[in-house]
Ligand binder design. Structure first.
Ligand code: HEC
Ligand code: HEC
Length: 516
């Protein structure tokens, strides 16, 4: 404790002028002095959750949200839940390059080995981001930011101003978005045919009709069209969810109208926003404990925060601040695989932020991801094309070389992607993957030539790349790797939940998913 206090005092008193640790702290050395100067210059506190009102997972609303998050009751055909792609034991994602949503052969099997109709081929075009620390985003959610705060001062988690969603036109507010970005987002997966809705449930009807029907299903009142509309035809009885909603929302509406999709989204949002995992070695270091990082992690941190012209890797140009993101969009020519979002000449490309903004500078630009807990949230990139952090770093340092390497042996790139490698003739999949990726590279090179990109080509040796990886591993909160700790965000697996629709996740060996 004495050591920590000494460090804090030093930062506070000496500020950016640097600080020489006193005799209390014999481990202080030149590296620490330099690193603390970078930390001070960047204005870091180490705690991205500071000043936020983070709900506990033990809060009844978060508990209700957890039940909903894990329940197939919200899947149109009752075969998919939020957790199908965002399991706490899989780093808040699904451990896959690209997700498999509805129609799984075994709905409880998550991660590698998950299949639809006997195939591991995904039916969703983008990598599932982690839900960990979702409460810390203030401006944009999704890889392309299609849920976003319209306010110049968005407030914590976008709670201060108007929120735009896919239900409203670009630049205009969705008046039903809810209290914050997380709640707004949770209104959409249930409307996606590939993720949760399925092909026939409320086919062709509006997003709100889908939501109303799901709420009516939980309340067992029956509403709207579709095969599951009559009470009890769906196996859900009126008392399966009613008591739980009454415990949290009693008094907000008369009992018969308590279960609405707005409240479902509100509760799911509370559960997700309780997933704050920021207690990592880096935070301890920034807060003053010089012994919290290894020598390699300190070297990696120096590279990370130093600008390229100062011998660094310039990572903090974009992965900025305590949350390691500027919440902005950049084209870094990340590898594009999968079925895409229907863009480009062959309808299998993904133009990223351009799809929303229609501005050329945003073509192939994706949101800068946070790097907290990055060790457990792979595969990486918006299409999950990279399995490890070394490859992601090399891509940033020289996209041209990385793309050449990735596609080096004509059409065998798929063998490097765990999820696809076992698919017979995977070479025949996604035949435009290379062309689409190279289109992004052409635009990136053009931006770089004009001095408009924050991504610079940088040459690092292997040892430096390993140092950067070591640094990023210091961003892991031990909770996310502990069965008992992360288990608080997983419902009791000795029950099957309301109407028996709870997903109790298992891996390809039929073993319970415990932690990453
Ligand atoms: C079939 C897989 C799948 C299911 C089921 C699913 N998601 Fe997702 N989720 C994704 C993918 C893929 C994305 C990224 C989509 C994009 O950016 O275009 C995403 C994005 C998100 C994000 C934004 C993350 C960020 O960093 O911006 C949140 C939050 C989220 N999902 C929560 C949920 C909730 C809540 C549910 C249930 C109501 C749900 N998801 C169901 C795959 C899934
Ligand atoms: C120009 C802005 C920019 C710079 C500079 C930058 N990044 Fe990134 N980084 C991004 C964007 C944008 C993505 C997501 C791209 C995508 O998926 O299409 C990303 C993705 C990543 C990922 C994968 C995250 C995930 O969840 O999939 C890692 C890891 C990463 N960056 C680390 C680094 C490191 C280390 C450096 C310094 C060597 C760095 N970045 C420099 C913008 C940047």
């Amino acid at each position: 404790m004495g050591k920590i206090t000494a460090g804090l005092l030093c930062v506070a008193i000496m500020g950016s002028s640097g600080c020489v640790f006193d005799k209390d702290n014999k481990s202080a050395n030149k590296t620490d002095t330099q690193l603390r100067e970078l930390i001070s210059d960047a204005g870091l506190t180490g705690n991205p959750a500071a000043g936020r009102d983070i709900a506990s997972i033990l809060d009844p609303k978060a508990q209700l949200g957890m039940q909903l998050f894990f329940s197939k009751a919200l899947g149109g055909d009752q075969d998919s839940a939020c957790v199908s792609c965002h399991h706490p034991a899989l780093g808040g994602g699904d451990g896959l390059s690209l997700p498999l949503g509805v129609g799984a052969d075994n709905t409880d099997l998550l991660g590698p080995g998950r299949e639809r109709s006997g195939s591991v081929l995904p039916n969703v075009p983008r990598n599932a981001p982690t839900t960990f620390n979702i409460a810390l985003w203030d401006q944009v959610l999704f890889h392309d930011g299609r849920v976003e705060s319209l306010s110049k001062i968005p407030g914590k988690n976008g709670s201060a101003g108007a929120i735009r969603t896919p239900d409203s036109a670009p630049g205009t507010a969705d008046s039903n978005a809810g209290a914050n970005l997380t709640v707004a987002q949770s209104r959409f997966p249930v409307t996606s045919a590939a993720e949760m809705r399925g092909a026939s449930f409320e086919f062709g009807n509006s997003n709100q009709t889908v939501r109303d029907h799901l709420a009516a299903r939980l309340a067992d009142t029956g509403a709207g069209s579709g095969e599951l509309s009559t009470p009890d035809a769906d196996g859900i009885a009126g008392d399966d969810w009613q008591a739980a909603f009454e415990e949290v929302y009693k008094g907000e509406a008369d009992v018969a109208n308590l279960i609405s999709y707005a409240r479902i989204a509100d509760a799911i949002g509370a559960y997700e926003n309780s997933q704050v995992f920021v207690d990592n070695p880096w935070k301890a270091y920034v807060e003053g404990d010089n012994s919290a990082l290894s020598a390699a992690q300190k070297r990696g941190a120096m590279l990370f925060f130093r600008a390229a012209d100062d011998g660094g890797a310039g990572c903090a140009n974009c992965h900025r601040g305590d949350f390691f993101t500027d919440e902005k969009f950049h084209n870094i020519a990340m590898i594009q695989i999968g079925e895409g979002k229907g863009d480009g000449a062959n309808n299998d490309d993904d133009f990223g932020r351009f799809r929303e903004s229609k501005e050329l500078k945003d073509k192939y630009a994706f949101r800068t991801p946070t790097l907290l807990n990055i060790e457990v949230t792979g595969p990486y990139g918006h299409a999950g094309a990279y399995n490890n952090l070394q490859d992601v770093i090399r891509h940033h340092l020289n996209p041209q070389n990385a793309i050449d390497d990735f596609f080096a042996s004509a059409l065998t790139w798929c063998h490097n992607i765990a999820q696809l490698s076992e698919v017979a003739d995977c070479d025949a999949l996604y035949t435009h993957a290379e062309d689409n990726t190279r289109s992004a590279l052409t635009l990136l090179t053009d931006l770089q030539d004009k001095g408009l990109s924050k991504l610079q080509n940088i040459s690092l040796d292997n040892a430096q790349v390993e140092d950067l990886v070591a640094f990023m591993q210091a961003l892991t909160d031990p909770c996310v790797k502990s069965t008992s700790c992360i288990g608080q965000w997983i419902p009791d697996t000795s029950t099957t939940g309301a109407a028996g629709l709870q997903i109790n996740a298992e891996d390809a060996n039929m073993q319970p998913l415990l932690h990453n």
